[in-house]
Design a protein around this ligand. Structure first.
Ligand code: C2E
Ligand code: CA
Ligand code: CA
Length: 389
């Protein structure tokens, strides 16, 4: 461990830099950004890892000086990265202390304004432990940054004692699945389940999830299979000095190894949930007397075929499958299904009873089965494709 005095001297001598570890989208196969990881480069060229000085700095207010000082470097580096790719999102690590007062928050917002960068180019990483330490002042400052358009990732997800509850404490936009969990996910059923439920949880919350510490092709394939959207780890690349990272993004290499079948599976689950919720609400309402407020059906899932989860996927990220026949064939029955849903809702609102509704319910199920069949075909094609790789 280094001493506080040594670290201070290092800051004065400007010996700290960021290395950048690429993040890759499993949906497009391209680099979406990086995580900035601090390195201390001594005048003799020795590189000191953060584990030798960040814990010392975090034990005092020294961490605040480091974060403040490093943010200016991050912005300068980002100005070069965005010249290569405008949409790059680079995250950096923060600790709860950084947000105790408004010094860093104000500095960040001011620097960002002068840089010409978009707030969306920057993501803040905060661990679960830090989130648990967050006082109302800390939360306010982080919220200020979220409102300014920066995204917020929960780092080391799954290592804390109650990550799920902690997620509700701040408006996180991303979960970073801890590298220990990723490293163990193929070694037991239990670990595999933790990973896939975290991915499902992020999906349900409408936030993204990135797996850290991906070291092998097997892990990469598995994550693709279970619906993870982004990855980071040695299998893609170690953290790189700025010049090498710029080369990395400029080379525009595509990491796509197969169809992201996990996302098709999520679409299937989403659809089943939509149908179940709708049918449940309709049956509940149909048993109520006419004029009862429950007949207004205020809690039903989206009735428009573009607004339900499957629809949002279909007209969004799912379009990457648009050259597959089974994908194209989902649209018509999905629209028919939603029309039937709308019909059922108006019938119930107008007072129809179960007798009248049964045949419409059957028709709804018929359309749903066709939708599921097409999605299943698409998933099978994707799985076959993955096995060929
Ligand atoms: P972290 O935020 O969890 O960062 C990920 C660490 O895992 C990095 O170590 C990275 O080099 C390493 N890593 C990435 N991919 C793989 C992989 O596939 N396999 C393995 N075994 N390791 C991988 P690094 O750079 O030594 O950073 C260690 C920790 O130091 C970070 O953990 C973070 O908590 C802290 N840290 C790094 N930079 C900063 C900083 O600028 N500010 C603050 N406050 N903390 C920082
Ligand atoms: Ca991190
Ligand atoms: Ca981490």
């Amino acid at each position: 461990m280094r001493t506080q005095a040594e670290i201070r001297k290092g800051i004065e001598n400007d010996e700290f830099v960021f290395f950048y570890q690429p993040k890759v989208s499993l949906i497009t196969g391209s680099v979406t950004g990086a995580e900035a990881l601090i390195r201390w480069i001594k005048p003799d060229g020795e590189i000191i890892s953060p584990s030798e000085f960040i814990p010392v700095a975090e034990a005092s207010d020294l961490i605040k000086d480091i974060t403040y000082h490093m943010f200016d470097k991050l912005v300068k580096d980002l100005m070069l990265m965005t010249a290569v790719n405008d949409n790059i999102v680079t995250s950096f690590n923060t600790s709860a202390k950084d947000f105790e007062d408004d010094v860093f928050t104000n500095h960040l917002l001011q620097t960002l304004k002068m840089s010409g960068l978009q707030a969306s180019n920057i993501q803040i990483e905060l661990t679960e432990t830090a989130t648990l330490q967050a006082t109302s002042d800390i939360k306010d400052h982080i919220l200020q940054l979220r409102n300014a358009g920066l995204s917020l990732a929960m780092d080391d997800f799954g290592t804390g004692y109650s990550s799920i509850d902690t997620l509700s404490k701040l408006p996180f936009t991303t979960i970073k699945l801890d590298q220990g969990i990723v490293g163990r996910m193929l070694s037991s059923e239990k670990n595999a389940t933790i990973t896939s439920s975290s991915i499902r949880l992020a999906h349900e919350l409408g936030i993204s999830i990135i797996a850290e510490g991906v070291e092998t092709k097997e892990q990469y394939h598995h994550l693709l299979n279970i619906g993870c959207s982004d990855v980071q780890g040695y299998w893609i690349s170690k953290p790189l000095p700025l010049d090498q990272f710029l080369h990395f993004i400029a080379s525009d290499f595509n990491w796509l190894v197969g169809m992201p079948v996990g996302l098709i599976h999520m679409a299937i689950v989403d659809h089943v949930q939509w149908r179940k919720n709708l049918v449940h609400e309709l049956i509940k309402a149909a048993s109520l007397p006419l004029g009862h407020e429950g007949r207004a059906l205020t809690k039903i899932p989206p009735l428009s075929s573009c607004a339900c989860r499957l629809g949002r996927w279909y007209y969004g990220a799912g379009q990457m499958f648009s050259h597959h026949r089974s994908f194209v064939e989902v649209e018509a029955p999905h629209n028919a299904l939603h029309e039937m849903g709308q019909k059922l809702v108006s019938l119930v609102r107008d007072g129809a009873n179960m007798d009248t509704l049964t045949s419409y319910f059957q028709e709804l199920s018929t359309h749903s089965i066709v939708v599921l069949n097409k999605l299943q075909n698409l998933e099978d094609e994707g799985l076959a494709d993955l096995h060929r790789k």
